[in-house]
Design a protein around this ligand. Structure first.
Ligand code: SAH
Ligand code: TYD
Ligand code: ZN
Length: 408
């Protein structure tokens, strides 16, 4: 390795705690004819010894991830549609009551949250660089700007629209390494009493549940209450509230405001204490996580190899971005999992990145159930098991691997 990189946020030194080796772009589903063009990079995670922010050691250029063909469509899950309807309703009820109130969401994707705001007739703007999903939102009557949110975009939005009461981002703020430009943009755009709210996977849940497949190119940072509080302060903001969410295997919704603008909730101090007790960014905790990751890899491979030896069929369920890390790190290819079923039309007919497992429609799954289904979309387990109850009725078994390998 060349010079040790330093923390993208505070410049402190990084301590690497896991190296997944050569990995592909997690959402780069590939056509068989394009296999020779796959891009790989070294996926490794580190923690900052000064501000405790966990982060990737190497990032990849944002245009490689977020472009016209970015395939992730947020509205594919009914549970997530409900989640974001509730988020929107809470903003409408608590923050956007004054006439003319304005909300900006970056990473608005196909409009899963903003559609409720638009339906209420409240002034809004989505900022979304991936053109196909941005167009899907626009087709629902949502105002969208097809761009990356950063300082320059925020300045243009402010000039055209004035201040925002709320700036919101779900599963997006931790996807960008340029948090400095984002915070400067929020500073330009946010009304004096406005709030910047973001929700992202929680490092404590990833460590506790060994859900290491949350680590991939798009997830650049792994936030904790402590590291977000320090980051917000560094850019002139104050962390005023945190809320633990059950979605995507455990996330935290952070609310930041201008210093003194809002009274901090006791939840912030409570979570800081809890993280101290957990020793969340400490070497012993992350070393234990690393050992658990290796162990999970072995147990999952054991189950899949045994299935193959016994002539049992195994399909994957959910062509998630997460499964790129899982399959490539565990050496799971079409010899162990013959195909992956997924309801996203843009993924069907392609191969999973790096591991080259074909993606097929849920109809093909139902037409001829396999003996086992490896649930790559484990974060949507309740919804998928409900929807696919016919699979278990016919004797099929789900293979889950979070927090450990088990059959259901
Ligand atoms: N908010 C949705 C989508 C998350 S996927 C949800 O929680 O389900 C992340 C989205 O962020 C993608 O649609 C991607 O194109 C977008 N994105 C990535 N970088 C961005 C940036 N700098 N500004 C705005 N959107 C961005
Ligand atoms: P998700 O776990 O939300 O995200 P990521 O790609 O970031 O890991 O992805 C869920 C995938 O599973 C998505 O491709 C859609 C698919 N899916 C189904 O095929 N059927 C379903 O019922 C649900 C909820 C998801
Ligand atoms: Zn740092």
């Amino acid at each position: 390795m060349s010079a040790t990189p330093s923390c993208r946020i505070c410049g402190g030194s990084l301590r690497e705690f896991f190296d997944f080796g050569r990995q592909p772009v997690a959402d780069a589903f590939v056509a068989p004819k394009d296999l020779s063009n796959e891009f790989f990079y070294r996926l490794a995670v580190a923690v900052c010894t000064a501000c405790t922010m966990a982060q990737l050691v190497e990032g990849i250029p944002r245009e490689r991830m977020f472009h016209v063909d970015y395939p992730y469509v947020a509205s594919g899950s009914a549970d997530m549609r409900r989640h974001f309807r509730n988020v929107a309703q809470s903003f409408l009820d608590n923050e956007l009551k004054e006439p003319g109130s304005f909300i900006v969401e970056f990473g608005s994707n196909d409009g899963i949250m903003l559609e409720t705001v638009a339906a209420a007739g409240v002034r809004h703007l989505g900022v979304e660089p991936s053109k196909r999903v941005a167009e899907a939102a626009a087709a629902k009557g949502i105002r969208v700007r097809n761009a990356f949110f950063e300082e320059s975009t925020a300045k243009e939005v402010f000039a055209a629209e004035g201040p925002a009461k709320v700036v919101y981002a779900a599963n997006t703020f931790s996807h960008v390494d340029y948090v400095d430009s984002i915070f400067r943009g929020v500073d330009v755009l946010l009304a004096p009493d406005g709030i910047f709210v973001f929700e992202d996977p929680y490092l404590a849940d990833i460590v506790e549940r060994t859900s290491f497949d949350q680590i991939y190119d798009e997830h650049y940072y792994f936030f904790t209450v402590r590291s977000v509080q320090a980051m917000a302060a560094q850019y002139g903001f104050e962390l005023v509230d945190v809320e633990h969410l059950p979605v995507h295997g455990g996330e935290i919704r952070y609310t930041v405001a201008r210093p003194g603008a809002r009274t901090p909730s006791p939840a912030v101090a409570r979570y800081l204490d809890r993280e101290k007790i957990l020793g969340i960014a400490e070497q012993r905790t992350l070393d234990r996580f690393a050992a658990n990751v290796q162990q999970l890899r072995e147990s999952l491979r054991d189950v899949l190899v045994r299935c193959r030896e016994q002539g049992r069929t195994v399909a994957g369920y959910g062509a998630t971005a997460k499964s790129a890390t899982l399959t490539n790190f565990c050496g799971i290819g079409p010899d162990l999992v013959s195909y992956i079923c997924d309801n996203t039309p843009a993924k069907q007919g392609l191969l999973s990145p790096g591991s080259h497992i074909p993606v097929r429609s849920p109809e093909e799954f139902a037409a001829s159930y396999p003996d086992y289904a490896l649930l790559f979309a484990w974060n949507h387990a309740a919804e998928i098991m409900r929807k696919e109850s016919g699979f278990q009725d016919r004797g099929g078994q789900w293979i889950l691997y979070v927090p450990e390998v088990h059959l259901v």
